[in-house]
Write a protein that binds this ligand. Sequence first.
Ligand SMILES: C[S@@+](CC[C@H](N)C(=O)[O-])C[C@H]1O[C@@H](n2cnc3c(N)ncnc32)[C@H](O)[C@@H]1O
Length: 195
Amino acid sequence: MVELEKLEQFARKNFIPVMLDDTKQLLFNTVKALQPKRILEVGTAIGYSGIVMLTASPSAHLNTIEMLETSAQMARKNFADAGVADRATIFVGDAREIVTLLTGTYDFIFLDGPKGQYDAFLPYLTEVLEVGGTLVCDNVLYKGLVENVPEDKRHKHITVARNMRKFLDEITTTSRYSTVLHRIGDGVTVSTKLF
Ligand SMILES: C[S@@+](CC[C@H](N)C(=O)[O-])C[C@H]1O[C@@H](n2cnc3c(N)ncnc32)[C@H](O)[C@@H]1O
C-alpha cells in the first residue's frame, strides 16, 4: 500500500501541485461520510487526491482527467501501488474538451483542475452530477486574490482571480446548490446539488 505521506513529500519536492493537508482531511472525511460510488475528478496530478477518495470510499470507481501524460503515468503507477488501479480510470487530455463530452452520472465530483476554468466547467459538471450529489472545489479563494481581486490589470493572476470570483459567486448563490465555503487551505467549497 503506497504511503500517502511519501507521495505528498515526493510531490512537494518535485513542485507537483497536490492538495494541502487540511484540504485532504476535509476531502477524506466528506467522502468517508457519503460513500459515493461514482466519482469524477478534474486534475489528477500524480493521483494523490484520487487515492485519498478511493481509500475513503472502498466501493467507489474514479474517473479522473489529467492533461499531462507524465503526471498521468505517475498516477497510474501510484494507483497500482495503492491497490486501487482497478477502480481508477484516467482520461488524458484537456478537461476543457473532455467535460463537454461527459456522459453517465456521478454522485461525487472533485474539481481541482485549471483554476481559470471553474466557471466554464460548472454547467457540464452540474449536468452529470446526480441530484443529492456532492461537488467539492479546491482553490476557490485562489491565494487570497478572489476576495481582493488586484486592481492592476497587468497582475499575472488577474484573469484567474476574476474567473474564480465569478465561479464562487455563482456556486454560493445559485438555488441549484447548497454550498459551504471552508476557509482552509486555498479555500474549498462543498456543495450539494438540490435539483
Ligand atoms: C492542483 S493539481 C491537482 C492535484 C490533485 N488533485 C491532488 O490533490 O493530488 C491540478 C492538475 O490539473 C492539471 N490540469 C491543468 N489544466 C488542465 C486541463 N486543462 N485539463 C486537464 N488537466 C489540467 C494539471 O496538470 C495538474 O496536474
